[in-house]
Design a binder for this molecule. Structure first.
Ligand code: C2O
Ligand code: CU
Ligand code: CU
Length: 506
């Protein structure tokens, strides 16, 4: 009896011990598997068999008063990204992505947006200085079947901007399905510069997205332990999976746009050659800067110029990123991932290109020393300053013409970035230090790894509109949709905000 009484607890203990061992092995094995299988690399695995397509320049007509009018139609479509496998897509004026809009400083532009989708969306002009009612954010929804016709006068330096939907809470899925395009601006101050500028020849738009296919659609599910959002297992440039491009000039300008929903890239070349950084989000730098890598988080742009040698092939690549997390967080948020993006094939003889100008453009961004007011923005998932996005709440009221110093702090364990509508700002400090060259130009979006504090000088040139807010937000689109967004209005000195929230749209 005594034996029996002792053997039951013993058997239970042995059973429990065995169970725990199996559990530990399963969990440990699972975790090891999850960890080791989570990094993605396409280095050496892309065959570069498809010619890179270049989005067409959008047609426009110029009206009697000089207004340049564009048409954008949001449509559903299908594309065979992979031979024989059809993927359901959305696009502007086509199946996937959209045409490149192009206008010059001083020009009045109007865009007729037609929404042929079966749900409401919007079109936001990312990086553009526009009146708030023309901004295309969540307060300017375009209903299914509806139209919207914003117009404004371009008044900012030459730059590589872009456009994409911004519907409240659904930006990620609309961009993921293919709604994005470039908006290039030119100006007289820089049009005479000896820079590669033949669109599609020695001046190439490079829209980079990561993608994971599932059935006839895109997989937008977030992997376990991923804080940043859905990460793809391969990449596309201008909607092409394995692109090459033959180039015929010694110098080639690449206008890099990270149009991904969550992933950050660290752009460089397969032989680690250096390139010249000539522009950032809001336009040209004061002078070209030599770099071997530039990191861009979602929404950011960079213009780079690379020198080619006759007959060679070199691959535009994304190397491991500086994500500011421990080895675990780095692995599960794409920090260890590497991609072969695009092969550049130089012709056997190249047209000579003039040397890059020593001076490019005079910056027009605000100066920190002119700041008359400071504000602080604490980023924590999925809030800014502890608040979730509310269409009916104005978070900040700023005065037209004033310069402010905004401190943006990532007080969170995960990466974020920060985008401000309507403005181009100057980074004044990063963790108390002067900005790196990559952050030395005009910016509208900046990456903030965990623990980063950035001070940016920003001026609100107006026009004032106390009724209509602009957005500031994290451009990791899952974070944005989850509530990491706030609203500001620009008022005349002494003015007060008067918010009118649009009617609910299905
Ligand atoms: Cu690129 Cu508020 O967006
Ligand atoms: Cu924007
Ligand atoms: Cu974020």
């Amino acid at each position: 009896m005594a034996i029996g009484r002792r053997s039951w607890p013993k058997r239970i203990l042995v059973g429990l011990g065995a169970f725990l061992v199996v559990l530990a092995l399963t969990v440990g094995g699972g975790v090891t598997w999850a960890f080791t299988s989570r990094d993605v690399s396409t280095i050496g695995a892309v065959d570069f068999t498809e010619e890179l397509t270049v989005p067409p320049l959008a047609d426009s007509r110029v009206e009697a008063d000089g207004t340049r009018v564009f048409q954008l139609e949001m449509r559903t479509g299908q594309r065979e990204f992979r031979p024989g496998q059809v993927t359901e897509t959305w696009g502007f004026n086509g199946d996937y992505l959209g045409p490149t809009l192009r206008a010059k400083r001083g020009e009045k532009v109007r865009v007729q947006v037609n929404n042929r989708l079966d749900e409401a969306s919007s079109v936001h002009w990312h990086g553009m200085h526009v009146p708030a009612v023309m901004d295309g954010g969540p307060h300017q929804p375009v209903d299914a079947g509806g139209t919207w016709t914003p117009e404004w006068t371009v008044d900012q330096p030459a730059a590589t901007l872009w456009y994409h939907p911004h519907p409240h809470g659904a930006t990620e899925s609309h961009v993921r399905r293919g709604l994005a395009g470039m908006f290039l601006l030119d100006d007289t101050a820089t049009e005479g510069l000896a820079l590669p500028s033949a669109y599609g020849v020695d001046d190439l738009p490079i829209i980079v997205q990561d993608v994971r296919f599932r059935g006839s659609g895109f997989d937008s599910s977030r992997a376990i332990f991923s804080d940043t959002g859905a990460l793809g297992d391969r990449t596309m440039v201008n909607g092409v999976l394995a692109p090459y491009r033959t180039v015929g000039d010694e110098l080639v300008r690449l206008r890099l746009l990270n149009a991904s929903t969550a992933r950050t890239y660290n752009f460089g070349f397969s032989d680690d050659r250096s390139f010249a950084l000539i522009g950032t989000d809001g336009g040209l730098l004061r002078a070209p800067a030599e770099l071997t890598g530039i990191q861009l988080s979602p929404g950011e742009r960079a213009e780079i110029v690379v020198r080619m040698r006759a007959g060679e092939r070199v691959v535009l690549r994304s190397n491991k990123i500086e994500i500011g997390m421990d080895f675990w967080g780095t692995r599960f948020n794409g920090g260890d991932d590497t991609f072969d993006l695009l092969e550049l094939r130089a012709a056997q003889t190249l047209r000579p290109s003039p040397a890059l100008p020593a001076l490019l453009a005079e910056p027009e961004t605000a100066q920190a020393r002119d700041a008359v007011r400071e504000r602080t923005f604490a980023l924590t998932f999925a809030r800014i300053n502890g608040r979730e996005m509310d269409m009916g709440r104005i978070d900040e009221t700023v005065t037209r013409g004033e310069t402010e110093l905004w401190t943006v702090r990532n007080s969170d364990g995960m990466p974020h970035n920060f985008h401000i509508h309507d403005v181009q700002f100057a980074v004044a400090e990063v963790n108390g230090q002067p900005p790196s060259v990559a952050l030395s130009g005009a910016k509208d979006t900046v990456f903030l790894p965990p623990g980063t504090e950035m001070k940016v000088a920003v001026r609100f040139d107006g026009p004032a509109d106390p009724n209509t807010p602009y957005m500031f937000h994290c451009h990791l689109l899952w974070h944005e949709d989850a509530g990491m967004m706030g609203q500001f209005v620009v008022v005349e000195p002494g003015g007060l905000p008067r918010l009118s929230v649009p009617h609910a749209h299905g």
